[in-house]
Ligand binder design. Sequence first.
Ligand SMILES: [Zn+2]
Length: 173
Amino acid sequence: MKTCPNCKGEVDEKALVCPFCGTLLQNHMEITRSLSDTDFEEVIARFGTAHFSRMNLILQVRGASKTYVFDAETITELILGRLDPDTGESPEVDLQDCGAVEKGVSRRHAAVVKRDNSLHLVDRGSPNGTYLNGQRLIANQPRVLRDGDEVRLGHLVLVVSFEKLSPLGIDRL
Ligand SMILES: [Zn+2]
């Protein structure tokens, strides 16, 4: 077991996301503690610190072979929606090719935002609504996103998961 740095909840050693408050649980501190100072400095010198806590947010469209992968650390705001035919602009998660129009997805339907080191889902006032595990979100009220969540935009369903990369993140580059 380890302790969530945010809510101090006892969580599983391998948990990527705190089941109580949704905080991303990164391993940076643990690695720091488990290595001697000398070892740690050596590792930093060789690889830099950025690779220690890498985790991916994965959004998988149900019923389509489409998957969106984002480095959770770098997310500030991801817009979920579809191509805007007027401006030609695509949001970060462009669901155009997944039947977005027929399924009632707005151009800027919802967003994933980072707050206090947790990822939250926010509805952007979409007419057809954003649902988190079957519950409709109130527009512009962020809700914590957790591993295994189901997000529905109109009639389009996305399954959320978090994937931890190897400590050095090299095998995936
Ligand atoms: Zn927590």
